[in-house]
Design a protein around this ligand. Structure first.
Ligand code: ATP
Ligand code: LTN
Length: 335
């Protein structure tokens, strides 16, 4: 039995398996999670229930879900330290969502900017699940009594709703949920599109040359970087009016750990023709071990599925405990 004084703060986060993960996910999310693993009790999930708010091909969703898990592990998520699981394997997520729905105002969900944006992009399928997406996310977080939630800037509004729901419920009954804090990674970890460097690199970009997927081969990575949009002039300098070059410098920094000022010095007097191949090689080297491990994991799906089943088993204890508490407080007969 763990001594309560030794209990680490709890972290929960996840990514929706709606496409192959990118260098952006690695730098902006997963590599941060890896660093947090030692100091926190971590729950990392694959949000397949969120994925179906947009129509998915069943075989593709199944494949993406396993691939996302494999990328988490290949990038350094340690299954002996963190709980790694698929959201739909823990039924308490759906159960708590239903309860929280009855404490969420229609107006609150209508105001979510992601819902408004996605309703425009998927105008042919504005389903109730898309509307309810933030409540499911609140359930994900509150089930595990998370203290901190590492998310991108775009998820901050959902986290604010989560905090409001937790406070509302606690106030109506008694302390039930931990009120979580967002953990927004530093701005440097925002990887931009290689073709439109003012937009973030995204797994759903229509132009494949914009995005480095973690499954891309060395040659594909190198070609994408060599074709990346640069800015006028030829100076390798980090500045707001040079978004293309600045993004490549950021990638070089991530891949080599060299500081931005050292990179400027290294390429002083040299043009893009020397800079781009250096970035291409460095990024390819950086992604290679992750891709190699990813491919190895994907060759043994049975083993991967077993890992995920064990992850769900260990996550369920905490989830069940919270749900039971909630059911009791709202007046459901105990089972
Ligand atoms: P989609 O295009 O399918 O809506 P996406 O690729 O833009 O998705 P999400 O899957 O919503 O991104 O990203 C999950 C999390 O991964 C984000 O909240 C963010 O923290 C991180 N992330 C994604 N893309 C990047 C990026 N280019 N740079 C830094 N972090 C990123
Ligand atoms: N919607 C999130 C993914 C997600 C998540 C969560 C993140 C689902 N549930 C709970 C943190 C906590 C996204 O980043 N697109």
């Amino acid at each position: 039995m763990e001594n309560s004084e030794q209990k680490k703060p709890i972290i929960l986060s996840g990514i929706t398996p709606s496409g192959m993960l990118t260098l952006g996910h690695l730098c902006g999310a997963i590599s941060n999670w890896v660093k947090l693993q030692n100091s926190y009790d971590c729950y990392f999930m694959i949000a397949d229930m969120h994925a179906i708010t947009v129509r998915q091909q069943p075989a593709e969703l199944r494949k993406r879900t396993l691939e996302t898990a494999a990328i988490y592990i290949a990038s350094g998520i340690d299954i002996n330290m963190s709980k790694l699981f698929i959201q739909s394997h823990v039924p308490e997520h759906a159960q708590l969502t239903w309860v929280l729905n009855t404490y969420t105002g229609f107006g609150e969900c209508s105001r979510m900017t992601q819902f408004k944006d996605k309703s425009q992009v998927h105008a042919e399928n504005i389903n109730v699940g898309l509307f309810d997406y933030p409540v499911l996310m609140a359930a994900d977080i509150l089930l595990y009594q998370a203290d901190l939630v590492p998310v991108g800037e775009d998820q901050k509004q959902h986290l604010e709703l989560t905090r409001n729901l937790a406070q509302r419920f606690n106030h109506l009954y008694s302390d039930t949920f931990k009120v979580p804090e967002p953990y927004i990674a530093k701005v440097g970890a925002r990887v931009m599109s290689l073709q439109e460097p003012t937009k973030k690199m995204s797994k759903s970009d229509a132009n494949q040359n914009s995005t480095i997927f973690l499954s891309d081969s060395d040659d594909v990575i190198k070609n994408k970087i060599k074709r990346a949009v640069t800015d006028s002039g030829s100076e390798v300098k980090f500045s707001d009016d040079k978004p293309g070059v600045s993004n490549l410098m950021e990638l070089y920094h991530i891949a080599t750990n060299k500081s931005i000022s050292d990179i400027e010095l290294e390429f002083e007097g040299k043009g893009y023709a020397e800079f781009k191949p250096a970035v291409a090689d460095a990024v390819a080297e950086y992604v290679k071990p992750i891709r190699t491990e990813f491919e190895k994991l994907m060759k043994d799906k049975e083993h991967l599925t077993k890992i995920l089943q064990q992850g769900a088993d260990s996550a369920r204890g905490a989830a069940f405990k919270t749900l039971r508490k909630v059911y009791k407080k709202i007046g459901f007969v105990q089972f």
